[in-house]
Design a protein around this ligand. Sequence first.
Ligand code: SPV
Ligand code: MG
Length: 292
Amino acid sequence: MQTKFKTLRSMIESGDLTFLMEAHNGLSAKIVEETGFQGIWASGLSISSALGVRDRNEASWTQILEVVEHMSDITNVPILMDGDTGFGDFNNVSRLVRKMCQRHIAGVCIEDKMFPKQNSFLGERQPLIPVEDFNAKIKAAKDAQLDPDFVFVARLEALISGHSLQEALDRAHAYREAGADAILVHSKKSDVSEVAEFCQAWTEDCPLVVVPTKYYKTPVNVFRDLGISTVIWANHNMRAAVTAMSDICQSIYDSQSLVEAESRVAPLERVFNLSGETEFSAYEKQLFEKSL
Ligand code: SPV
Ligand code: MG
């Protein structure tokens, strides 16, 4: 069987547009896979929110990794993990990558901001890390990887932080040179314009990744035409869960009854199926039959 590392690499390097769907725990990861997505985005924002903390490195890297390990254990599709700024310097990145590889987590995305980070959609002009320090993180990750197909995605925050297109391009070239396997060009504009300008100016043979949370109205064919490799749907399972949980809480609170709620929630059977109860029962039966 092809490793998750190889699968993620071939998806990102293939000519077809790849979609990674957000998950933030084992349950959501399972649903993403079951729906048919070929890969999972382990979102820092969503995992933090699900843990009840801010997207500011309030959860430690081992707490995040533990969640992603549950996601990896329950699925067969590869996971690209949001590694924020790498939880420190190049040495922290190195240790993170080693531990990810041991858990078969296929790739990491690291952004070129400072530690501790905050979500890119908050505040203005968040400071960028010096290029040489980010290059050290890329090189350390590549030196530390335990599988040659482990994917390092270098995430450019230049545009979102108000820097020029040229600054973004210069950094992207430097990161590619340092060994990045793909470049994520991030934008908080409500249209695709600055991402499009970047893509048109990007002549290297290196995959581009985008996160269209803010320019969500852009049809995916636009991404195809721009030669983009991978689209990340970054936080919609977490946001869907927030809406669904708020609605059901309100309904039960107001009615002091489960009657109205019952038809609006997943049957318990579905929950048991998602966590593998069906396989467990079959396996248990088989084990005991054999030993008779
Ligand atoms: C995340 O999902 O945590 C991301 C994407 O980093 S974004 O929130 O768009 O910065
Ligand atoms: Mg994030």
